[in-house]
Design a protein. Sequence first.
Length: 357
Amino acid sequence: MPTEHVPDGLPPAQLHTLIAALFTAAGVSAAGAEIVAHALVAADISGKASHGVMLVPMYLARMKAGSVTSADEAQIVHDGKTTLVLDAANGLGQLSAHQACHLATVRAREYGLAMVTVRNAFHFGEAGYWARRMADAGCVGIAMANTRPLMPAPGGAQRRVGNNPLAIAMPHADDVPVVLDMAMSASAMGKIRLAERAGKTLPDGWATDAQGAPTRDPATAIAGMLLPAAGPKGFGLAFMVDLLCGGLSDGAVGNEVQPLYGDTATPYGSAQAFLAIDPSHFGLQQPLAQRASDFARAVRESQPAPGVARVFSPGEQSWQFAQDHCEQCPVSADTARQLSELARAAGIDVPAAWQSL
């Protein structure tokens, strides 16, 4: 069954205004609500709805239950100039990530590179968004996070590590960003939840049931396990990301991270890491931004295999989706209904396109 969407989508600015108003009504400052709304809407515009506004009802439920706070900033608990640790104390992940990216890029400009880790963090949405923020500031940007265990070790039948996202973004000299953004599982849990809502089955190789047997049923997968991308390679990368985030922040590792969709009163407790590298400190004769764009262009211009229309460079497809949806952002009808209900309950105007939902 195809996913139902609101006809013609919704203008991104209108969607942004609604999301910001919902967080302001929940006690977040106006400036903080703008940061959260921008990050979430950007995910939908770039075709990553699993990391976008569909998360708002869960975020707000957690704020109401007390496991997420409305604080604007995390506390700096260690400052080693090029190494910083923040304690987010369960504030909204987009706000602590925004702070961490800013600190990382400022220190990288001064020292060449800087890494900021965050403990007691909440979900920050799309990892690539934060890597791109650092790239837009002229740095190589690397963002990663750990999640509650979702994947077994190869050959195992117990969840041992999260699908821990990793994103790397390069400065670029043309309009097309150069970005790698991946979870370490064959697919993100958010996509499986979207498939469940839409009544779709999953592709082979995405998930197992709780006993480790392959499944294509989204509900069974949610109760079971995700499979690592590329088997032991994906598992090994996820394992190391877990330690880079939790181990270098004195934060949670492995099953110390709690379920995102679990008890709304129990803090998520994720750990995150942000690394910024300023190429200007490397004495380069050729600007990295130009080399990155040239290399990406060479990928795009490579001859496609039989039956393939064209080849894409890393990050290009999300960028193209955003170009195609810069005026009308697709929103599933189910998400629109949930957001409309929350808006009405908070006394916020519901978009005209959603009045009949």
